[in-house]
Design a protein. Structure first.
Length: 126
């Protein structure tokens, strides 16, 4: 992960899992920093934060919450749209950890094909 300075609280960080000098990008993810000591990491494939993300947010953030629920189909290229949905959903007032849990379990389910169809409807994609 390219070091872009200190991590700021209550901020969304959109990241691509491919190094910036290796190509056009492979997969978009996002994490939200809290005002306390945790972050909410969202990967539409349901994977944990990579080591370089963990190292980037330490020692300020002690806990990384992430979803093991896979929302996106492996062959899908819609990861950036999932990230935008996450930001829109999380950018409301209220308990951010509860909103994170709701997003993971209620906004999208475990049926990846239905999730992709929902993304296409939200963003009016063909």
């Amino acid at each position: 992960m390219n070091d872009s300075g200190p991590v700021k609280p209550n901020t969304f960080y959109i990241i691509n899992l491919q190094d910036f000098d290796k190509g056009n990008g492979t997969h978009w993810c996002v994490f939200l920093t809290s005002k306390s000591n945790w972050i909410a990491y969202y990967d539409p494939f349901g994977l944990p934060a990579p080591t370089d993300v963990e190292e980037y947010v330490e020692p300020r953030y002690e806990k990384i919450y992430w979803s093991s629920v896979k929302h996106q189909m492996t062959q899908s290229i819609l990861c950036g749209y999932y990230v935008l949905c996450f930001i829109k959903y999380m950018n409301h007032s209220g308990n951010k950890l509860l909103r994170f849990q709701e997003f993971v379990t209620k906004v999208f389910g475990k049926e990846e094909l239905k999730n992709n169809q929902k993304i296409r409807e939200i963003f009016h994609l063909l």
